[in-house]
Design a protein around this ligand. Structure first.
Ligand SMILES: Cc1ncc(COP(=O)(O)O)c(C=O)c1O
Length: 379
C-alpha cells in the first residue's frame, strides 16, 4: 500500500539527502574536485601541491574552530574509529572515564575498557535519549564523551568538568558536531572528528585540535616502553601533521572536498553562522514534532536536543519505516533511525549543508504521506 503513495513534485526538497553520514556533499565541493583535476588528483602527497592542500585544511580549521594559543590541528587515517584506538594507546595513561549515551560513546568506552595495558574504564551511562554527567574521579586521566551522539540525537555540553585532576585530559568526539555546532575549544584537550558529516566530505580521515597538554601526553607516552602499533602512533601523526602530511597515503578527494567546505564555512561567518543555520533547521523539525498528533521529539529534555541530528518518535498509528520507504522512492533518503536503536522513529540530519527550506519541504512531505488514509498506519 505505502509504495503506491505519490508525493507531488512541488512538495519535494531540492536536495533529498538527510542522512547522518555520509551526508550531503554540496555541488560546489564536487566542482572543486573537478577543478583540482590533473593538477592535484593522482599526485604525490609528499610534494608541495598536496602539502599545501593539507596546510590549507589545517589553517582553515584553526580559523573555524577559533584555535586557542598553543593548540595544533593534527590528522591521520582511519576516521574517528581509528582515532579511538590511537587514543587508547597514546593518550590514556592509566584510566579513562566515558559518558555512554548511545552507540558511539559506547564504542570508545569499550576500546579503553578492554585495553590490557589500562585499568578498567569508568563508564557513566544514561538511557538512549538522555545523557549522563561526568563524575570526577581521582586517577582518571582522560574524560571522554561525544558532543553529539549521532545514534540518538542527544547533544552534550563541551565543558571541562569541575573537580577533575589538573592534568586530566578532556577528549570530545565532535564527529557529527564539528562544523555545525558551537564549542569553546579551550574547554577541551582534544576535539576530534571525521569529515563526512557537517564537513560534507568522504570518510576515512580523523582530524583534531590538540591542546599543549595533549601534545605533551602524546610525547610522554610515545617515549615510554608501551608498545604501540605504528599506524596508531600519535607521535607519527604529530610529526607528519606538522609537515602537512599524513603518516600513510590519504584520499586526496576527501581533502579537496573538506578544504572547499571549510572555506565556504569561514566565508559565511564561521562557527557562529553554522550553529545558527543548524539551529534554524532543527527548530523546524522539533516544532513540527511537538505540534504533530502522532510524532514527538525522542530526546525529552529540550536542552539535550541536538541541532544537527534530530530524532522524532512516531506513535503506533504511523509506521515510520513505511514513511521512510515512500520518501526513499521519491529520492528523499536516509531518514531511517539508527539501526540498533530499534524504534518507530525518523532520524533527520540538519547538517550545515542542508538548506533549511529543504527541511521545511521534507516535513511537508511527511505530512502529505501520513495524511493518506490508512496508508502508513500501525507500527
Ligand atoms: C559521534 C561519532 N563518533 C564516531 C563515529 C565513527 O566515525 P568513522 O566511521 O569515521 O570512524 C561516528 C560515525 O558515524 C559518529 O557519529
Amino acid at each position: 500500500m505505502a509504495n503506491t503513495i505519490t508525493i507531488p513534485r512541488h512538495l519535494l526538497p531540492a536536495d533529498g539527502r538527510f542522512g547522518a553520514g555520509p551526508a550531503k556533499v554540496r555541488a560546489e565541493q564536487v566542482d572543486a574536485l573537478a577543478r583540482a583535476g590533473a593538477g592535484l588528483l593522482g599526485t604525490s602527497h609528499r610534494q608541495a601541491p598536496v602539502k599545501e592542500l593539507v596546510g590549507s585544511v589545517r589553517e582553515g580549521l584553526a580559523r573555524f574552530l577559533g584555535l586557542p594559543e598553543g593548540y595544533e590541528v593534527l590528522l591521520g587515517l582511519g576516521g574517528a574509529t581509528a582515532f579511538w584506538d590511537a587514543a587508547a594507546f597514546g593518550l590514556v595513561e592509566h584510566k579513562a572515564q566515558h559518558l555512554m549515551f548511545g552507540e558511539f560513546g559506547a564504542k570508545f568506552a569499550q576500546t579503553t575498557d578492554r585495553a590490557p595495558f589500562l585499568q578498567a574504564s569508568s563508564i557513566v551511562a544514561a538511557a538512549p535519549g538522555a545523557r549522563p554527567e561526568p563524575r570526577p574521579e581521582e586517577g582518571v586521566d582522560v574524560y571522554a564523551w561525544p558532543q553529539n551522539e549521532t545514534s540518538t540525537g542527544v547533544a552534550a555540553p563541551v565543558r571541562r568538568p569541575a573537580g577533575i585532576d589538573d592534568d586530566a585530559l578532556v577528549l570530545v568526539d565532535a564527529t557529527s558536531a564539528a562544523g555545525g555546532m558551537a564549542a569553546d575549544l579551550a574547554q577541551t584537550d582534544v576535539y576530534y572528528f571525521s569529515p563526512q558529516k557537517n564537513f560534507g566530505s568522504d570518510g576515512g580521515l580523523w582530524l583534531g585540535a590538540f591542546s599543549p597538554a595533549a601534545i605533551e601526553r602524546i610525547e610522554r607516552i610515545g617515549a615510554s616502553d608501551r608498545w604501540i602499533p605504528d599506524f596508531l602512533q600519535l607521535t607519527a601523526a604529530l610529526e607528519n601533521s606538522r609537515m602537512n602530511q599524513t603518516y600513510n597515503t590519504p584520499a586526496l578527494a576527501t581533502l579537496i572536498m573538506l578544504d572547499e567546505q571549510i572555506r565556504w564555512l569561514n566565508d559565511r561567518g564561521g562557527m557562529a553562522w553554522a550553529a545558527a543555520r543548524t539551529k534554524e533547521s532543527s527548530d523546524l523539525v522539533y516544532a513540527w514534532a511537538e505540534a504533530s498528533s502522532f510524532a514527538a521529539p525522542f530526546v525529552v529534555r529540550p536542552e539535550d536536543r541536538s541541532t544537527v541530528i534530530t530524532t522524532v518518535d512516531f506513535d503506533g498509528t504511523v509506521d515510520a519505516a513505511a514513511v521512510a520507504a515512500v520518501l526513499r522512492a521519491h529520492g528523499v533518503v536516509d531518514v531511517e533511525p539508527y539501526r540498533k536503536l530499534g524504534r518507530n522513529q525518523l532520524r533527520i540530519a540538519t547538517f550545515v549543508s542542508i538548506e533549511p527550506d529543504d527541511v521545511a519541504q521534507l516535513l511537508r512531505c511527511i505530512d502529505h504521506v501520513t495524511e493518506q488514509p490508512g496508508a502508513v498506519g500501525q507500527w
